[in-house]
Design a protein around this ligand. Structure first.
Ligand code: SF4
Length: 339
């Protein structure tokens, strides 16, 4: 568990992130019934299944769920790094689901990705200069070594690094410094949205708060939108405006973070939250997750969560629940269809 100093630092960094979020309801990215099936030796793997969600300008959308539930695959579908097997994705209302390669290049400038592990994100055989120069060259954002160097020095300084870091190799930098370089590379194209895939989980807890503060500052300065993926429920709680809860490739609950954390509706959300240490025991949610996550090669009939659900009903074994919307919150559970 984190000590109280680190926790309070994380919370103060998160408070800055949230304070910068203004009401901006414009939808900039939308997924409608999006699915992804990968062929596998034992059958098709449904990594993402019928996902509907929207990303609003200026918000931090947190995506939470257990490892292997499809969070990273969903983010890569939204980024168009992977093709959808079904469904539709729009960016500012334009259908980008089947965008041809030349137009995808333009989209790559609007949406960046920060991976979990800076050690695998950066090319170890390239200097920091060469790692950072690539987006400028690919997107023709600066011409010639001199212009690119000016841009790289500007980026490094804005990340709290020095110009001399550009002549070093990744292994010569600390984990926190490397992740700053990864964030700098994501910013090189001046994006509108940054997808942050567990951006602090590979770092020491003492470095996590510094990276979160950095993300807070650049969000404020550049008016960015974040799609933040994490299995760390406490982190998602403190940084997000809205969250989606994912189970076996599906979003099962989606809404404002305060609403969902104060009263989670979906039995899976309740089970997920109950596994997290709660500093205020009176708020502890007692729903224990039973059994193992089923295989996405052969998901259960009906509601995918039914073999583990403490509130399972007969309809749950045969019929997949649709989203029910109550006070802006979407929950995919037959319990709520009866109201
Ligand atoms: Fe549980 Fe049924 Fe709701 Fe699924 S639909 S979460 S099995 S009550």
């Amino acid at each position: 568990m984190r000590d109280s100093t680190v926790n309070s630092e994380l919370e103060s960094a998160a408070a800055v992130l949230q304070a910068e979020n203004q009401e901006k309801p414009e939808i900039i990215l939308q997924a409608e019934n999006v699915g992804k099936v990968f062929p596998g030796k034992e059958g098709d793997v449904r990594a993402v299944d019928s996902v509907d969600l929207e990303l609003r300008a200026g918000e931090i959308f947190g995506l939470v769920g257990e490892s292997g539930c499809g969070k990273s695959t969903l983010s890569r579908l939204l980024l168009r790094l992977l093709d959808c097997s079904s469904g539709r994705i729009t960016y500012h209302g334009e259908d980008i689901t089947s965008l041809p390669r030349p137009q995808l290049q333009g989209l790559r400038r609007k949406m960046s990705l920060v991976f979990q592990d800076p050690n695998t994100s950066l090319n170890p055989r390239m200097t920091i200069y060469d790692n950072l120069a690539r987006p400028f060259k690919i997107h023709n954002l600066a011409r010639g070594r001199e212009e690119i160097t000016v841009e790289i020095v500007r980026l490094l300084k804005s990340m709290g690094l020095q110009a001399e870091h550009m002549i070093r190799y990744p292994h010569e930098l600390s984990g926190g410094q490397k992740q700053r370089v990864v964030v700098a590379r994501a910013l090189a194209v001046d994006p509108e949205i940054i997808f942050l895939d567990e951006p602090t989980s590979a770092l020491d807890v003492s470095v996590q708060a510094k990276i979160l503060r950095l993300l807070a500052r650049i969000k404020q300065e550049k008016d960015l939108t974040y799609f933040f993926i994490s299995h760390d429920i406490n982190l998602i709680r403190v940084i997000s405006d809205r969250i989606g809860v994912m189970y076996l490739g599906k979003i099962v609950e989606l809404g404002e973070v305060g609403d969902i954390f104060s009263e989670p509706y979906h039995p899976y959300t309740r089970g997920l939250f109950s596994s997290v240490p709660e500093p205020r025991p009176e708020r502890k949610i007692e729903t224990v997750l039973m059994g193992e996550v089923p295989s996405p090669v052969d998901p259960p009939e009906g509601c995918y969560f039914h073999p583990r659900c403490p509130e399972v009903m007969s309809v749950c074994r045969s019929k997949s629940p649709e989203f029910t919307i109550r006070q802006g919150r979407r929950t995919a559970c037959h319990l709520f269809e009866k109201d």
